[in-house]
Design a protein around this ligand. Sequence first.
Ligand code: GLC
Length: 793
Amino acid sequence: MNYGHFSDDGKEYIITRMDTPSPWINYLNNGRYFTSISNNGGGMSYFISPLHGRVTRYRINEVPHDRPGKYIYIRDNDSGEIWSLTWQPVGKHLECYKLAHGFGYTRSEATVNEIESSVLFFVPKDDDQEIWKAVLKNTSDKPRNLSVIGYCELALGHALVDLINQCDDQHFNRSFFDKDLNSIFSTKTYWVTQTKGTQQQENKEWDQFTFFTVNHPAASYETVRERFTGLYRNENNPAALELENLSSLDTDFGNVVNALKVDITLQPGESTDVVFTLGVIEKTKSDALKKERTEKYHDISAVDAAFKKLNEDWDEYFRHTSAETPDENLNIFLKYWMPYQAITAFNVGRVASFYYWGIGRGFGFRDTAQDSIAITISDAEKAKERILLLSRQMRTDGKVYHHFHGDGDGEFTQHCDDPLWYMLAVTEYIKETGDTEILKNVQPFLDEGKEGTVLDHMFAVVDYAKNNSGPHGLPLFGRGDWNDTLDYIGGDEGGESVWGGMFYAAMFKLFMELLEHLGMMKEREAVSFVRKKMVAAVEDHCWDGEWYIRAFGGKGKKVGSKENKYGKIFLNTQIWPVLAGFKNHNRLSIALESVRKYLDSPEGPKKCSPAWKEIDPEIGLVTRCVWGKKENGAVFCHPTAWVIQAETMMGHGNRAYEYLKKMLPDRIDSDVFVAEPYVFSQYITSNEHSGPGRASHSWQTGSAAWMFRVSFDYLLGIRPTYKGLLINPVIPAHWDTFSVNRKFRGTLYKITVENPQHLETGVKDVFVNGKHIDENLLPVFDSEECTVKIIMG
Ligand code: GLC
């Protein structure tokens, strides 16, 4: 079953049937105020942090799911009929609705009971609030008396405390209507700012008011959920809508909701706008500012101007990278949905989604470092900010917080890969911008009173790596590496990560290239020495005949070997030797061939195989997971981007393209795929699962940044280096031509590639602004634009 399609220009995903197999969501945010919204109107909002600054509630494990949300109810005051402007929560008239997810906005349209409606949700760039702009038109031939009721349920501050301390929390909720401002203000008079749930209250209050307002005089309002839904009822048939008016009482008990009711009459053919806005304002702000903020979007021209600005900003963002290939479907992802998901996952920091509730782990160090490569092209300043943030999560011995909620609020774990990802973030940033000054930027270490430059931090990472090796000279596994669920390799005795060895070698290589660029040859040599030992350790001990093993467990027992019953072969250890620049071409080819032979499946290449069907406490969580699901033998989308990269690095354009096509999420049957068809999910159940082909954990995944960058950098082959923009396409041989626009250091490179001989790779001629140049490295220009023609051969 198909529930929707892309618009002709690819800029919207239009859902034509609302009862999708899972909520299909979109993110609206300005980098401070975030909201998620689904085709059901479901979703949550938060300010800055989904843990500490939760604005609205979302009940993740409730039935029915995807509740509550941002709802606008309509009541026909003559017939008594009630419906909502998104299909849910009322849930009637399924066939009357259509919904479009666009970039930074979502629009639901419906014609119910001869009232034509649309509601547009977005977050303006400059204001920390969300706008719900409804337009209603009377298409009948008689006047219509309608009530329009906007509704949301509030969390007011710390999301975990809201969850575990609900009854107590209610003693501290304040929610009251301000008649002059036609707005409800709400807050909580205490605030827990620490990460974990606790009975220990801090001596402070939430520093924000939420406000909920509307551009027509509110005829009545509500602040308490129990009065709105009624007892033993819920959002789909609220008791309050059976009464003429809402109670118009401030909070005296219960869960805080905000509802505002306006009454309108529409003559035949007449239409009107009803704009609700929900936002936050710091408590200390003046009354004048409160007035300004609440009234700003009462003016419809301000709403339209903010929406226009939003669209212009997105157009500007997409101008940084765009592509036209012979594959129309791929183009939609290359031009729009890959960069859109990449920046969204970067902004959200992978912490809040339909699957991640945003109360647990905060930003992951490795995740954040990888996500930063999503943004270097379009917003180097933001990438830099994240790098500096990461710098502050490191100790002088190179150890980093595995995850953190902000400066000084993190947790050390024993994941052996975390610090090394720092190398990727810093080197990518410098290649893109040329800004080596960042290396001199001084940031504190976590050790009291210690600080160092970004370059010092990089050397600290080298020290960490040097001091973290086991009997085979490979990284000590600790409680996981990239693969979190390989958390007990070797049980108590511990083990070594073979992938870790490859990964360290890859990250050292990045650092060595940087040191070379800086002319620091002595330091480069020192790093090279460590790297060589690591590569030798892998080559000497880890080749298993047809592939590289994954780990050594206790007493040197192999994991990911043909000797094992389960998890004989792992994906990452076959592709990372390529990414790390290993030289044994023969082994690399055999390893990639083994990926095709033993791991590839109709859903894509599996993370490992065969999946465990027995628990092995000397391996860990992966073996406890349902087989064919998640890390236990599913198709994990994030490393599939690395498969594509590895194939291109071996010159295999056809294969790389085949893998990429297979991974695109717009699959035919959504009842099988379940998750959104316009963004990558974290994993897809494989043919080792009882129900293969089911995607989960959409949006917030490393696949977002990597699919975007690997497609542009390695398949289309246009990537930044310290000295210029390198052109090295590795494409499917049947492509005659393709073109890419790529912003690089202030210049828009308009590149056309022709492939007259139908090759997978190879650049014969390069013309810049009509002039032939001798290499495929495009220099940095002063001009705004340049035209580049490439002939493959
Ligand atoms: C999740 C984690 C990521 C990890 C991956 C594999 O996506 O966020 O950090 O690498 O799982 O275990």
